[in-house]
Design a protein around this ligand. Structure first.
Ligand code: CAA
Length: 241
């Protein structure tokens, strides 16, 4: 009986912790906690990580048992420090284009999937990492989080479709490459909430549980209307509503 119990526990653990090389996925009821897991490179997004992320999100999108995703970075230093610069530097132009399209497809999936995705920004959110946070529906930042779009300092431009703070502020952030702290990110509307680092995951779980108490169908329809409505003319947006 003990062996059978242990096998059952093992199967449950496997169901709740899907195996990826660059991601950690854990489910708690209807909430999935998804971590980018490359802490040695401050969770930089290489092509393999983005491929896994796209695959994992595709699976979550089709899983009606998951209603909220909390996306974060492994470790206490970084959410995601951007695209993997070392890998990117070696790409040909065609490979660079493919990588950029992979990023856009993956980030767009977050914007359009029916589940709510909360970014738990636990440290550096730079370049593609800042854009990844922007693609999420809601951003909760640790007070230690740092945001920037450093691409112009590297001779490239941000390439994953980020858009949130309006043209004027976006141009300032992109052209100057300035780093901003969590409070400044809150002030300009880049994050919804700032909490002490130690309380970040609890704050995100509390928010996720609040969302679970609402109609998931209504939330997914509202998300679709907001996402599509922002990209269309007023009367088409109103028709959609
Ligand atoms: N790509 C690859 N490796 C990275 C990385 C990145 N974006 N960011 C950090 N790392 C690696 C470092 O190379 C270092 O590796 P080693 O230990 O092997 O040397 C490790 O992570 C730890 O980093 P640091 O020693 O630099 O840590 P630090 O505390 O001194 O500095 C940091 C932290 C300020 C975030 C600094 O690492 C940094 O500036 N990183 C680059 C950030 C950046 O420019 N991001 C934008 C990338 S471009 C992009 O994202 C394009 C796009 O949208 C398409």
């Amino acid at each position: 009986r003990r062996a059978r119990r242990s096998l059952k526990r093992c199967a449950a653990a496997q169901r709740n912790h899907a195996m990826y090389e660059h991601l950690l996925l854990e489910t708690k009821g209807q909430i999935a906690i998804l971590k980018i897991n490359n802490p040695k490179s401050l969770n930089a997004l290489n092509i393999a990580t983005m491929t896994e992320l796209n695959e994992c999100l595709t699976n979550i999108e089709a899983n009606k048992d998951i209603r909220v995703v909390i996306l974060t970075g492994e470790g206490s230093k970084a959410f995601v420090a951007g695209a993997d610069i070392a890998e990117m530097a070696k790409l040909t132009a065609a490979e660079g284009r493919t990588m950029s399209l992979l990023g856009k497809t993956t980030f767009r999936r977050i914007e359009t999937m029916p589940q709510v995705v909360i970014a738990a920004v636990n440290g550096y959110a730079l370049g593609g990492g800042c854009e990844l946070a922007m693609s999420c529906d809601i951003r909760v930042a640790a007070d230690s989080a740092v945001f920037a779009q450093p691409e112009c300092g590297l001779g490239i431009i941000p390439g994953f479709g980020g858009r949130l703070v309006g043209k004027g502020r976006a141009k300032e952030l992109i052209f100057t490459c300035d780093r901003i702290d969590a409070q400044e990110a809150y002030r300009i509307g880049l994050v919804n909430k700032v909490v002490p680092q130690a309380e970040l995951m609890d704050a995100c779980m509390t928010m996720a549980e609040k969302l679970l108490s609402k109609s998931s169908y209504a939330i997914s329809m509202a998300k679709a209307c907001i996402e599509t409505g922002m990209d269309t003319d007023l009367s088409s947006g109103l028709d959609l509503e």
